[in-house]
Structures are given as structure tokens and as C-alpha cells.
Design a protein around this ligand. Sequence first.
Ligand SMILES: *Cc1c(COP(=O)(O)O)cnc(C)c1O
Length: 405
Amino acid sequence: MAQNIFDCPQPDENGYFGEYGGAFLPPDLEPIMKNIAEEYEKIRKDPDFIAELTDLYQHYVGRPSPIFHARHLSEKYGTPIYLKREDLNHTGAHKINHTLGEALLAKKMGKKKLIAETGAGQHGVALATAAALVGLECDIHMGEVDMAKEHPNVVRMRILGANVVPVSHGRKTLKEAVDSAFGAYMADPDSQFFGIGSVVGPHPYPEMVRDFQSIVGVEAREQFQEMTGELPDNLVACVGGGSNAMGLFTAFMNDETVAMHGAEPSGRSLEEPGEHAATLTLGEPGIIHGFKTYMLKDEEGEPAKVYSVASGLDYPGVGPQHSYLKDIGRVQYGTVSDKEAIDAFFELSRLEGIIPAIESAHALAHAFNLAKANPDIGTILINLSGRGDKDIDFVAEKYGADYGI
Ligand SMILES: *Cc1c(COP(=O)(O)O)cnc(C)c1O
């Protein structure tokens, strides 16, 4: 590796990026998070840990993932467009980069079991994969409504040896699954490790998940220079919790000529509450899931109901470092509608022969919009965070008629 992935700017000792982040926890949990932060601080400097993770990235995940010059898209939009192919990773997305890191850390800390919630099941599958490889038990809590909707991922997790715990109270979706997983974790935090699925949650998770994902940008920076002799003029990534975006952005943070763009989902409507998940665009600072960040609030100040066609992007909060990067103006955040994302999904499929995840299609659509608005924008490097296999049935059923399917 050209540069150590753990060599990134860190938050302050309490886990703050500017005024965002920190750890807002029930007293029982404070010593547990402190212990994880301390152990992580040690391990991120341990050459054996770095070597083990690097080896898995190469031989298990299939890293480095290539950068592809998308010539047909470049021609159509009148500017050079490149894709960082995280869709080619084992399990089909960027999430494996951090679930492997979390699993290795849990193992080194002597934990027996990984525990997490999952909505659509992507995080659950990535964590179950890492648990199988590293040799840990794995409990994934999932709402019964989501289990019915995302049946193939339930089967995948079970094939991988994970225990899928059905959650049958309330609306039986992600929020109840979070509560259920958290309750089970608190019952035995000594032998279990909570595997968070993005750069969110209390300190040290935003920093830790970001570090594990930063391999994406470290590789991309070197590959892009090798291919073109220069740095990219623009980076674009979709933002749900924000892990694939932080993964790409981090290595370029000090490159002043590189503009960075995050794409949030405006869903069906930016005007109507509950019809989008544009947290940085329309939210305000608050505390959600144990950390301070921009968030979408309902009338009681609680996390609002949100929506996006991409289930990986419908979160009412966002990683705290994104909130900081928005405030200081280092990253520009914009929005992409369901319709624009689905158009981009088909455009990449038909112009380049690559079926993207609907989440990643938001990054594509944002890049296309930027190119249309500014003919002199220069080169654009898009993080293609995952592949669209998981989405094809849904897209064909819901949108197929409009696209000749
Ligand atoms: C989960 C997921 C996302 C959203 O997560 P971030 O933490 O915002 O990166 C994006 N793309 C794909 C393919 C995903 O599976």
C-alpha cells in the first residue's frame, strides 16, 4: 500500500469532528465504548493487524478494485468520467471493507459474537460474511416486514451461518431492529461486539469505519494518477450514512484542486417530509443514535420518517464528519430524485454494461447533473459503491415498463 489507511486525520480525543460526533450514551454503555475506543486506538497502529487486514483486502475481497474509464458516458456528458469499481468486491459492495475490520478487531478483543441490525440486509450479509471468515458467531436482528421483502438476503445470512433474529413488534422494520439488537447487545456487552454498518454511531465508530473504508481513496488516488498523470478534478459519491463517500474522500482531503460532491436522496419529493432522506440538505444539528450530527427531525424532535428508492440511503442522520465537512465547505452536498437515479441505473447498464446498485446510481445521476450544469467541470471520479444484482427484480417490476422490459 502506498499509504497506510490508518494515517488519516483523527477526531479529537472525545470523538468530535468540529462540533459533531462524540458519544451520548446511557451510563452503562460509557465504559464499554471507552474500552472499544482504547482497543481500536492500539490496534490501528499494530503492524500485525494492518498486515492481516491488508492481506484480506487483497486475497479475499479482491482489492485493489479497478478504476474504469467510462468512455460512452464521457462522450455523452462531454467530460471524462471514471468509476471506482467497488461493485467488483467480494459480496458486491464497499461494506465488506469495514465489516472485515470490525470482525478482526472483535476477534482480537476476545469477543465471541458479532451483533447488528439490518434493514435491507446488505449490512447483515457483509457482517455475516466477515463473521464466517474470522470465526465468530453472528446474530442479525431484522424486522419481520423487511425479512419478507428481502428474503434472498435472509437466506444468504443463514447459509453463511448467521442467526437471523426476527423482530415482531411495532412497524417491524429497521427502527425496531435497532432497538432489538441494542437490547440484546446490552444484555452481554462483554462477549459481543456491535458491528455498525456505516460511519455513524458513537465514538469510535465514525472514525473506525472511515479508516477501514479509506482504502478506497488510497487506491483510487494512486490509480488515477497512474492512468491520467493527474489527480481527478471531482469526486462524487452517494451518502446514506456516508461510509463509501468518506472512503473515497479521505485520501484526497488535502488536495485543494480536488472538488468533492456528496449525493443525498430527494426520493419522491424534497418538499414533503417523509418523502426524502436529504439529511444534510434539509436537516439541522441534533442527537441521533448516540452522536451529534445533522438530522431530519419530526415535530417532536425525534428522528423523522424518511424515504428513498435506495434502501441503503434512507437514514435520517449522517456520519458526523460529513456534517463537519459541509459546514467548512470542503464537500458540496446535492440531491438526486428516485427518477434521476433509476434513469442513471439504466444508462450505466446500457452504455457501459455495468448494472449498478440503486444507491450508487444516485452518485452517477449527481455526476451527470454536475456535468450538464458546468461544461468545464473537468474529470469526474465516481465511487460505484455496489452492484445492482440485489435490485434487478424490484427495478424490473416497478420501472420495467418505462424502459422496455
Ligand atoms: C449500504 C450501501 C450504501 C450506503 O451506505 P454509506 O454508508 O452511505 O456508504 C451505498 N451503496 C451501497 C451499494 C450500499 O450497499
